[in-house]
Design a binder for this molecule. Sequence first.
Ligand code: GLC
Length: 437
Amino acid sequence: MYEFNREEYEKRVRWFTEARFGMFIHWGIYAVPGRGEWVKSQEKIPDEVYDRYFEEFDPDMYDPKKWAKLAKKAGMKYAVLTTKHHDGFCLFDSAFTDYKATNTKAGRDLVREYVDAFRAEGLKIGFYYSLLDWHHPDYPHMTDRHHPMRGNPDYPDEGRNFDRYLDYLHNQVRELCTNYGKIDIIWFDFSYADMRGEKWRATELVNMVRELQPGILIDNRLEGSGSEQGSLMTGDPLPYHGDFACPEQIIPPRGLVDAKGKDVVWEACVTMNNHWGYCRTDGYFKPASMVIKKLVECVSKGGNLLLNVGPDARGRIPDESVKILKEVGRWMERNSESVYGCGKSTLPKPDYGRLTQRDGNTLYIHVFDNTVGPLPVIGVKQEDILSARDLATGTELRAKGGWMCSDYPDTAFITLGENPVLPDPDDTVIRLKLRKE
Ligand code: GLC
């Protein structure tokens, strides 16, 4: 029986809070219509019509080794793949359904290849698994809030046996936790209305998962969703609590702190454009410079960024995403030291950028906007600076101001040089070694 123990918990989440950056992958047969992963619900598509996508699905360009290399190059340390999304289609070879990749033109277990490829790159492995299921006959249809057949009297719920669905869910989670070696994260999605907690037989499920995969991290959506962070926030987690909160499409304005004042482990999941699953007409991608700044923002608030890609029906990550990830990788190659293993700073956020901190005496100043004259480090005194370096090149920066700083004797200043253009227009990072602590 699983019981919350703060010390063990903190050990368990350590790799995760050090990793800081992961890849979310939303992929399934919804890539065929290419209108996002909710298409079946949004357009109220009946099974007979949606079945076409199952029959057509033929990801001849699926090459997870390429995905894994891309993630690694971008500086990501882990990945989470949708093994089953809300439409119920399974990318893995489950013994409990025929609705799986094995029975499509792909003809094989696509999760297995993902696991092998990402593991080979040294990345940690996450499985997303949808609690909702719009294919299973025992999941509520007419009376459900999200089901494609909601409100449709032709799909009444009498005779549907929800417990049978739960057996199916538990069985599939058992398969995922048994057949692929060590899994690092299981990412359940999501709870809503009265569909939460013990409605999923959550304690039983968590006990099974933790027994099969000691050390695994579980997200918080057996009791929450993208906006309700569950009992982790109370400081007294329930038996089926999540190991981390997962705010969706938002970076918490002040990070997350529980009711007892302790920092909460969190991961913001964010799309690159405006959809999780592949969407052909959505070209509104976040530029790399924004992704870099948002990753830094997460770290500066004590959180992770799980950045999504939505591969297309043939199994390719969209070119736009590839390009952005490569640019992020270029920045990470030089500056990842200010991300991995870093967190909140004890100093206030400067108006020219953000701070991340490794320990009491290593501070990273992320300069987004150049300053006029020397750069002030509020809260640090000049004599406390042991060294200041441009992180990207390792070059010394002079930790001193000039005559114009003399009105601010309590504030340290760093001189970046005479060029008003920052060496890295996205984020120039300065590493400060401090005397104190
Ligand atoms: C959701 C959505 C979903 C997406 C997920 C990612 O709650 O239903 O489509 O997979 O969040 O966080």
